[in-house]
Design a protein around this ligand. Structure first.
Ligand code: KIV
Length: 272
């Protein structure tokens, strides 16, 4: 038996219990190495279907498949030891009916080992959220801007600008929270609406482009690191990784061209 004490992994219930408490810190990750770096610093890691855009260069999340989510979800689980790992259900894998959603969620949880899944949609998905939660699947909701609906909402736009639209987003958030979601991502809404949702629902709101009036925040890791070539306007950059990578690769290329490379003799002796 190992004598090492393993850090207890954060659960969906731990996140739910943080409502109104210390702000919840979350980031996306799609790889073992970034997951390993951010794991001790965040409360949960989302393997977001934004990987379609960030990793694969698609223009939307629509082409992302369940297999893609599972591959990257497994990588993140190998890197993350203590944060809750949440994996997105991609477009087309859950909307048809609760049974389809159940089959997809079970496959994702069994094949990745993640602790929860996220799905997009409000009132229309509440029945599915309830069906999954009753069967042991922790669900994170996602309302406001729901990128999988890109083709019906007509682009990545701020949501809920007029009172009727704002009201229906509050209803959406309430519906998924009441159906049993342990937290709800609120994307691209103005501050008064984010505050209204946060004050109305009994589980944490996780904002992305939704002001500080949420119980926690999430950003796409590559966006906040300054690695993505395009980011939404609301993204605050905490790094300039593209510039650092470019500088390092330039230095490397110059060193190679100048023959400025160390001999390996200090590592291994050539055979005489
Ligand atoms: O896919 C994703 O990265 C997300 C976040 C934007 C919340 O859903």
């Amino acid at each position: 038996m190992s004598t090492q004490t393993k850090a207890r992994r954060i659960t969906a219930n731990d996140i739910r219990a943080r409502k109104g408490g210390k702000p919840i810190v979350a980031l996306t990750s799609y790889h073992a190495h970034t997951a390993r770096i951010i794991d001790p610093l965040v409360d949960f890691i989302l393997v977001g279907d934004s990987l379609g855009m960030v990793m694969h260069g698609y223009e939307t999340t629509i082409p992302v498949t369940v297999d893609m989510m599972i591959l990257q979800g497994r990588a993140v689980m190998r890197g993350a030891r203590q944060s809750l790992v949440v994996v997105d259900l991609p477009f087309g894998s859950y909307e048809e009916n609760p049974e389809q959603a159940f089959r997809t969620a079970v496959r994702v949880m069994k094949e990745t080992g993640c602790g929860a899944v996220k799905l997009e949609g409000g009132a229309r998905m509440a029945g599915t959220v309830g069906f999954l939660v009753e069967r042991g699947i922790p669900i994170m909701g996602h309302v406001g801007l729901t990128p999988q609906s890109f083709n019906t909402i007509g682009g990545f736009k701020v949501q809920g600008r007029d009172p009727a639209a704002a009201g229906s987003i509050v209803v959406d958030a309430e519906a998924v929270a009441d159906a049993g979601a342990f937290a709800v991502v609120v994307e691209a809404v103005v501050e008064p609406l984010a505050r209204d949702i946060t004050d109305t629902i009994g589980v944490p709101t996780i904002g992305i482009g939704a002001s500080p009036a949420c119980d926690g925040q999430i950003l796409v890791l590559e966006d906040m690191l300054g690695l993505s070539d395009w980011t939404p306007k609301f993204v605050r950059k905490f790094g300039n990784l593209s510039g650092q990578i470019e500088g390092a690769v330039r230095d490397y290329a110059e060193a190679v061209r100048a023959g400025d490379f160390p001999s390996m003799d200090h590592v291994y002796k050539p055979k005489s």
